[in-house]
Design a protein around this ligand. Structure first.
Ligand code: GLU
Length: 517
């Protein structure tokens, strides 16, 4: 394959936020382009004005940016094929639709939406089947195939609304090779005369998509499988324009399925089942409804991308963790699965945990400081400064194994910054025995003199104290933990004691004893 000529595009419609399936399509296009030193284009397909959603285009750009999938050409960067927003290219499409009309590969149709609606109903009633504007029905409808050319001219000159439909040829077979599905054959009897150009003066997706893929010299069309049924018609358009030599190769990607494997993952599934399906948070501009994002839920973009790469593709080995560079090197369209891939939210978390674990204590500590300051700045006085990076560096090694998502950092770290707000009553009942307050008092008095204050020394002190007092270690440690953290949870007790320091340690025990009476 000649690397220089590989040009792919990701062509979302700004009809809402991209869901993770959209990002996966972008990712596979990106990986393929970068592997072949080709060009990755972002084209905004916004010719359906009824479905335009404010903010969606910005969302697409920001989501790609967060994922590190920077296009080589797009609406912001520009490029040799500007503009990259289809709504700004209407003059181009007008020129091309005229070519199809002149060659009788497209025709004017004047049927009003109301007329079509009643035909549709009648068709359903009389024949029990869905009406299609096609080879059979077009001969009875109001279009330039049935009306005289004078009548057509007259209607157009009078400003009567019309659309332009593709003239599907009779009795032909359309055959093409899909890089994932293999050979696809469709008979033209099964295609309908789709609208190519609408009464609002803009093209539909089909015309704009093919014209732009041709003009932008797209070599490979890698897109979701929902577009597979449209591909034969797109091929006919290439033929009609005489662009047979420039037909791109097609690769239709399998669906991403719900976690239970039943049906396509939908935008509602996420919030219904408690996981994000969008890369970034999205607030619906009309309903105000907020959908959670991977970014806001605490995922690292590299983990998200790694997870997505394996949702439909596999490298043929057991390896699961891949950097973007490795993915670029190893990716291949041939190893994309034909069947749908089940999205597994637990696996997504697993990836994130792996990526977080690969970060240094210092990096995690910086994140902790940031999150601690953000989440607790209005909380009542912490016992350690929230912005103290060296303190956060002591905390992180004790909690890092428990972290799956960013917000887990302050949750697990909280006990190092605040004494308990309450004490778990169940634990209290289990661990506080009649002699416990006196034992703790004695322990406090004796350990106050311990110097240096370090985990090892504290551990040794506890051992000798329990031996001297003839109590089991648990009889001391369990109530100590309750007084220090309010429950039976958390990292090793001597480690907590060492990090929070003697003063805080003694103060927590003192006030705990007072509060628990
Ligand atoms: N605008 C289409 C979409 O939003 C693009 C399909 C294609 O890539 O051809 O899915």
């Amino acid at each position: 394959m000649n690397g220089k000529s590989i040009r792919v595009r990701f062509a979302p419609s700004p009809t809402g936020p991209l869901h993770l399936g959209g990002i996966r399509t972008a990712l596979y296009n990106y990986l393929f382009a970068k592997q072949h030193e080709g060009t990755f284009i972002l084209r905004i397909e916004d010719t359906d004005q009824n479905r335009f959603v404010p903010g969606a285009e910005e969302y697409i750009l920001e989501a790609l940016h967060w994922c590190g999938l920077e296009p080589d050409e797009d609406v912001v960067r520009g490029g040799a094929n500007s503009p990259y927003r289809q709504s700004e290219r209407s003059a181009i499409y007008r020129e091309y639709i005229q070519i199809l009309i002149d060659r009788q590969h497209a025709y004017y149709a004047f049927d009003t939406p109301e007329e079509l609606e009643s035909i549709r109903d009648k068709h359903q009633q009389d024949r029990g089947e869905v009406f299609q504007y096609n080879i059979h029905t077009r001969k009875q409808l109001s279009n330039s195939l049935t009306l005289s050319s004078e009548e057509v001219r007259h209607r157009i000159d009078n400003g009567e609304p019309y659309v332009v439909r593709i003239h599907i040829p009779e009795n032909q077979e359309v055959i093409f090779q899909d890089l994932i599905r293999g050979e696809v054959t469709v008979h033209t009897a099964n295609l309908d005369d789709k609208v190519l150009f609408k009464s609002d003066g803009l093209p539909t997706y089909h015309l704009a998509n093919v014209v732009d893929d041709y003009l932008m010299k797209i070599s490979h069309v890698i897109r979701g499988e929902e577009w597979l049924p449209s591909a034969p018609m797109h091929l006919l358009l290439y033929r009609f324009f005489g662009w047979e030599q420039q037909i791109p190769q097609f690769a239709h990607l399998p669906l991403i399925l719900k976690p239970d494997g039943h049906g396509k993952l939908s935008k509602r599934d996420g919030d219904r089942l408690g996981f994000p399906v969008f890369p970034l948070e999205w607030k619906d501009p009309v309903s105000g409804e907020v959908f959670t994002g991977f970014r806001e839920s605490g995922y690292l973009p590299a983990a998200f991308i790694n997870m997505l790469a394996l949702l439909g593709w596999n490298p043929g080995t057991e390896q699961e963790i891949f950097s973007l560079e490795e993915l670029i090197r190893l990716f291949s369209l041939e190893r994309i699965h034909k069947s749908g891939s089940r999205f597994d939210p637990d696996k997504a978390k697993w990836f994130n945990h792996q990526y977080l674990m690969s970060l240094s204590d210092e990096t995690l500590a910086e994140m902790l400081v940031q999150l601690a300051v953000d989440s607790w700045q209005s909380s009542p006085s912490p016992c350690h400064p929230l912005d103290d990076l060296s303190y956060a560096c002591l905390v992180v090694p004790l909690i890092r194994e428990r972290i799956t998502l960013f917000p887990d950092l302050p949750v697990s770290a909280r006990l190092f910054y605040f004494p308990p707000e309450s004490y778990d009553p169940q634990v209290r009942e289990n661990v506080c025995k009649p002699g416990t307050p006196a034992l703790i008092h004695r322990f406090m008095t004796e350990i106050a003199g311990l110097d240096p204050w370090a985990a090892e020394a504290i551990h040794e002190f506890v051992q000798s104290f329990t031996a001297r007092n003839e109590v089991k270690t648990g009889a001391l440690m369990m109530p100590l933990r309750l007084l220090l953290v309010g429950s039976n949870q958390g990292p090793g007790l001597t480690d907590i004691a060492a990090v929070i320091g003697k003063e805080d340690f003694l103060s927590r025990l003192g006030s705990g004893l007072e509060r628990l009476g």
